[in-house]
Ligand binder design. Structure first.
Ligand SMILES: Nc1ncnc2c1ncn2[C@@H]1O[C@H](COP(=O)(O)OP(=O)(O)O)[C@@H](O)[C@H]1O
Ligand SMILES: [Mg+2]
Length: 382
């Protein structure tokens, strides 16, 4: 055990059992006595507490010393990683009104793969195969969703399913992805040190990555000006790039990317940014955390440019349709093709990819035309 690890055991003692419990995904500390955890998608209050505000702030100061980033009244925020890879964010009073406020996003040791997502009902086999088609054709894909909806998990899976002869450059603010592929190179941004030196932003990493002969550029979480660089790289021949964006539906995802791209100091007019976003993003994979705590792919949508008024045009290829809840509250429904054929159907055909047009039509009694290919049982996944 490292010294850092040992000190965590002491300073964070009240929540250590939750750090060790793999079924807990998040720990939320709102002052010394008001502590919540998330388990299986549900948030519950737990009966543990720190002795007082002093004990909690000591824990945060201790972590800040280990990672070499100060936290005090003047600099009230701390972003850090615990020795087990979990991400911690802390805010101290007076900004934090409840007392020192901390969230710990657990690092999940079990990495899900596409088969797991199918087994959990997060996606189905046809939709998963369609995503493989998009990957093969090097479409630019954005995974969109709220916090904890499974974006990083699915991005990891997508990148692991790319052709093994491709060079994948991974750029993150805080290293989370662990891609199973042949040729993966990782980079992590760095905050400035105490004297304000040494800052390396995601923007810097995106710029540098383009000179490192990428076949694909993957940005873990697009949340600032790097959106601009990613979008222009997608438009200048680096297709097959991917990233995640925090947004609630596919159209909002494009608007969000536009807003983030506008955060750069450049004086590119908004119309130009908008048309760059519209042409860069081919596929949006929308995820949601449902009322029952499960995570699901709710949309697989295609960005098809802009209309004459300059609005983004998005067409849904797959949509999750909820049919009800079972007696335990579990969400019932399925991810169905909408009957819309992607604009790149021709590419699918000329590349002889095993994804016939019929699969884009809805199955079931009201469907037209019916699919001639019966879907395989889910356990025979990709
Ligand atoms: N389809 C899923 N079913 C169940 N758990 C999932 C699923 N996708 C992700 N998770 C779990 O949910 C947590 C949050 O996932 P993550 O990918 O980090 O979300 P995000 O990047 O959207 O914040 C992780 O513990 C992850 O293992
Ligand atoms: Mg994430």
């Amino acid at each position: 055990m490292s010294v850092f690890d040992a000190s965590i055991q002491v300073f964070l003692a009240p929540v250590v059992p939750f750090l060790k419990d793999d079924s807990v995904t998040e720990i939320m500390i709102n002052g010394p006595t008001n502590i919540f955890i998330e388990r299986k998608g549900f948030v519950e209050k737990v009966d543990v507490k720190f002795d007082d505000e002093g004990a909690l702030i000591a824990a945060v100061r201790n972590i800040s010393q280990f990672v070499g980033r100060p936290i005090d009244e003047e600099r009230p925020f701390l972003d850090a990683r615990l020795p087990d890879g979990s991400r911690i964010h802390a805010v101290v009073p007076p900004v934090a009104k409840n007392g020192t406020t901390v969230t710990i996003r657990k690092f999940s040791k079990t990495k899900l793969d596409m088969k797991d997502l199918i087994a959990k009902g997060a996606i189905n086999i046809d939709a998963a195969r369609f995503i493989d088609v998009c990957l093969y054709l090097k479409k630019n894909i954005i995974v969109s969703g709220g916090t904890g909806s499974g974006k990083t998990t699915i991005l990891n899976i997508l990148a692991s399913r790319c052709q093994p002869n491709q060079r994948i450059l991974v750029l993150e603010d805080s290293a989370e992805l662990k891609i199973h592929n042949n040729h993966v190179v990782y980079f992590e941004a760095r905050p400035a040190d105490e004297s304000g030196k040494g800052l390396v932003t995601l923007r810097d990493l995106v710029k540098s990555s383009l000179r490192l002969r990428p076949d694909r550029v993957i940005v873990g979480e697009v949340r600032s000006g790097e959106a601009m660089d990613l979008i222009s790289s997608m438009n200048t021949g680096h297709s097959g790039s991917m990233g995640t964006v925090h947004s609630n539906n596919p159209k909002e995802c494009l608007t969000r990317l536009e807003t983030l791209a506008m955060m750069t100091e450049s004086d590119v007019p908004i119309q130009a940014v908008r048309s760059q976003v519209a042409s860069a993003i081919n596929i949006i994979l929308q995820l949601s955390r449902m009322q029952d705590g499960s995570r699901k792919v709710t949309h697989i949508s295609e960005g098809i440019g802009m209309d004459l008024q300059g609005n983004y045009q998005v067409q849904d290829i797959y949509l999750f349709e909820q049919t009800g809840r079972d007696k335990d509250g579990k969400v019932l429904g399925s991810l169905n093709p909408t009957g819309t054929i992607p604009s790149f159907m021709k590419e699918i055909e000329v590349n002889q990819l095993p994804f016939p047009k019929e699969l884009f039509f809805k199955k079931g009694p009201n469907s037209n035309p019916p699919s001639p290919t019966p879907s395989k049982p889910e356990n025979q996944a990709a």
